[in-house]
Each structure stands twice: as structure tokens, then as C-alpha cells.
Design a protein around this ligand. Structure first.
Ligand SMILES: NC(=O)c1ccc[n+]([C@@H]2O[C@H](COP(=O)([O-])OP(=O)(O)OC[C@H]3O[C@@H](n4cnc5c(N)ncnc54)[C@H](OP(=O)(O)O)[C@@H]3O)[C@@H](O)[C@H]2O)c1
Length: 110
């Protein structure tokens, strides 16, 4: 799950059944960084698009497990836990209607 694969039905099911979702590839392996919506929210809060992406997932009650191979990226991602997006930010990202699925659709059912 990430802003290009918003999984509304799965999130609603998890909410209803008191389940916690984990987002694999929560940064869409970098594909979200160029989204204008994320960049603009990132500029507004003076943070990175990665932080906005991870904070947006947290507003959905989803736990992201980003992969990062440098200390700078690990620190950047951890700092997302301090970022509070407002309703306007969340709505901006919710409204992204382009879809990019990274995992093989024949392999996964969700
Ligand atoms: N069990 C499964 O079936 C399964 C399936 C998919 C994924 N996963 C796991 O989920 C995790 C996600 O892996 P993923 O690689 O697919 O996708 P991802 O976390 O969506 O993206 C990782 C990419 O984002 C970059 N990145 C990370 N933090 C950044 C930051 N703050 N600023 C800029 N770039 C940043 C990384 O670069 P750098 O490497 O240069 O930091 C890397 O290129 C991994 O732990 C993976 O093992 C598990």
C-alpha cells in the first residue's frame, strides 16, 4: 500500500475487524517521490516526500515498513513519526487517482 495503491476496501475491512495492516513497499520503491501532490505537501511542511508518504499511511492506521540503505534515509523515515498531516493534506493525497501496483497481481489476491 502507498499513495498509488490506496487499498480503500482492504483498509475498511481491517478497521471493521480490528486488524492492523502492514504496508510493504510503502514508498512504491521510489515511484511516489515525483507525485506533485506529495511534493507540495512536503514543501508546505518542509519535510521530504518520503516522510509525507509514511505519515499519510499512518493516518490510515497502517504500519509502513520502508526499506532504506543509508543512515540518512533511515533517519528521514523515522522522523515521519513526528509529522502530523492536516485534513487538507490527507484529502490531497487521498484524491490521487493514478494506480501503480508493484506486486504481481496473479500472485497476490489483495
Ligand atoms: N515479504 C514480502 O513479500 C515483501 C514484499 C515486498 C516488500 N517487502 C519488504 O518491504 C520493505 C520495502 O521494500 P521495497 O524496496 O520494495 O520498497 P520501498 O520501501 O517502497 O522503497 C525503497 C526505496 O525507497 C528509497 N528510500 C527509502 N527511504 C527514502 C528516503 N527517506 N528518501 C528517499 N528515498 C528513500 C530506498 O532507497 P535507499 O535504498 O537508497 O535508501 C529504496 O530505493 C522491505 O523491507 C522489503 O523486504 C516484503
Amino acid at each position: 500500500m502507498h499513495p498509488l495503491l490506496q487499498q480503500e476496501e482492504l483498509v475498511a475491512y481491517a478497521d471493521e475487524h480490528d486488524l492492523t495492516l502492514v504496508a510493504y513497499s510503502p514508498l512504491a520503491q521510489g515511484a511516489v517521490f515525483d507525485l506533485p501532490e506529495l511534493r507540495e505537501v512536503a514543501e508546505k511542511h518542509t519535510v521530504s516526500p518520503a516522510q509525507v508518504c509514511l505519515a499519510w499511511l499512518s493516518t490510515k492506521g497502517v504500519v509502513p515498513i520502508p526499506k532504506a540503505s543509508s543512515e540518512a534515509h533511515v533517519r528521514d523515515n523515522f522522523a515521519a513519526t513526528d509529522l502530523e498531516l492536516d485534513d487538507e493534506d490527507v484529502a490531497r493525497i487521498d484524491a490521487i487517482d493514478r494506480e501503480k501496483r508493484l506486486e504481481d497481481e496473479e500472485f497476490v489476491d489483495w
